[in-house]
Design a protein around this ligand. Sequence first.
Ligand code: NDP
Length: 284
Amino acid sequence: MKMETLKTAGIELPRFGLGTWYLGENARKEIDELEALRTGIEMGVTLFDTAEMYGNGGAERLLGKAIKPYDRSKLQIVSKVYPHNAGRNQIFKSCENSLRRLNTEYLDVYLLHWRGSVPFSETVECMEELKAQGKIRAWGVSNLDTDDMEELESVKNGKNCALNQVLYHLGSRGIEYDLLPWTQRRKMPVMTYCPLAQGGRLRRGLLSSSSVKKTAEKYGASPIQILLAFVLYQENTIAIPRSGSACHVKELVDSLRISLTQEDMVLLSKDFPAPTRKTYLDIV
Ligand code: NDP
């Protein structure tokens, strides 16, 4: 599979990866979840998203196991620090713990999970130190809206932010109004979480809408595959859907063959219009 990539803050990331929220929480599901992640790798997926929060480290542990047989240098691992751990007293220990659970020597990108009470200037200073120590290759943020991004950009080294990870799916298009254009102007990727609207659960009627169904029929695809293609239609986006099933991962990777057209977007926008005014950033 040929994967399109984006360059940012001195690293290169593919536009598609796999998420891990809710994985690694139940020992009885471990075999299936390992198979799902490894199926992704066998099909050419190299990017994985996790966080110290997910399953209290369980998702990082599972991912660490999944990638063990593979060449680490060919993979990109993103993890996140809790806001309350994002200050000088905690972040170095938090990062060390994530590295240990993942059984790796470095993270490709380390994200501030959401904004807390630690000033951006302190978090950025620590992130830059982690970079200098070789513990992370780049750093970024998550769940920051445009005003927060502007503030971040104004602190020392704030412009080194590699990406912003935010919620985006066909049923929640608020970022198209200003956050997405803001990042596109800076060539900063937006890593979109919940690209499948959590299997359609975040927006009633999404998967069964006539526009999604018609588009799916046109491409001989499933509605879920259309949701993924929608997120990747925008410039500068990276999608990180999650699945604990190998069969679903295959379907997700297969959807990379679909490139939606402007005509498709017009149809989808009839049921799920693009924003015409500022709305606050959606979160889960
Ligand atoms: P997604 O939008 O990726 O949806 C996941 C759901 O979709 C699961 O229930 C999964 O079920 C289902 N699914 C996946 N593939 C298929 C398929 N082919 N057919 C039918 N159903 C399918 O939700 P997430 O919330 O997991 O978001 C993706 C990732 O983004 C997370 O895992 C996490 O890494 C990150 N994230 C980051 C946040 C942040 O604050 N920074 C917040 C939320 C998520 P099944 O397992 O059965 O396939």
